[in-house]
Design a protein around this ligand. Structure first.
Ligand SMILES: *[C@@H]1O[C@H](CO)[C@@H](O)[C@H](O)[C@H]1NC(C)=O
Length: 182
């Protein structure tokens, strides 16, 4: 659990929202969560979180963006799913890559901005290029309940990355397992 959980839960939401297994509850276990391609050249951050109830977390974060990011960068998001059985192959559910400004105006605007604007100084979706900046998010309450109802069982791989050409500048990769509650 950390700041980026917000990112992948949103990602999961995008993908799973429409094939929601209604009224079912699942246990979500994070098997692996790692930063990829990150040398600290683009971002540094610290975060804190506190569990306030079974499904709710109170989160804070400070993000320093160290380089201006223009439309020569792209944002890549990948979601893949495998069955629970050992050795099942991953099937790609979503694989999109958009130039940064377009990503800001579409995915970020629709799925991130409204929530973030209330609790942070994260940039407006029309901001592009993104200037060097310090961002602060405070007292963001993440309620995972609505998401858990949208999950479907399996092993999920989710990645979100900032790219320049073929190289990864900074990103996050999450592997988790979703099982029906026992
Ligand atoms: C991040 O670090 C700064 C400086 O040490 C501190 O003041 C701030 O409270 C920290 N923020 C979070 C969300 O942990």
């Amino acid at each position: 659990m950390d700041f980026w959980r917000f990112v992948y839960i949103s990602l999961a939401c995008i993908t799973l929202g429409h094939e929601a297994a209604a009224n079912m509850n699942f246990d979500v276990h994070i098997d692996k969560l790692e930063r990829v391609g990150d040398t600290g050249e683009y971002f540094t951050y610290n975060y804190s979180y506190e569990k306030i109830s079974e499904m709710k977390f109170n989160m804070g974060a400070q993000v320093q963006q160290l380089k201006e990011l223009d439309d020569s960068y792209t944002v890549k998001a990948l979601v893949a799913r495998a069955d629970l059985a050992d050795g099942s192959e991953f099937e790609v559910m979503m694989d999109l890559q958009k130039p940064l400004c377009e990503w800001m105006r579409t995915i970020y605007k629709t799925y991130f901005y409204e929530e973030l604007a209330k609790v942070s100084n994260f940039p407006h979706y029309d901001t592009c290029p993104l200037p060097v900046a310090n961002y602060v998010m405070e007292n963001y309450v993440l309620d995972t309940e609505p998401y858990s109802e949208m999950m479907s069982e399996g092993r999920w791989k989710m990645e979100m990355m900032l790219m320049k050409g073929d190289s990864v500048c900074s990103g996050i990769s999450v592997l988790n397992t979703v099982k029906p509650k026992e």
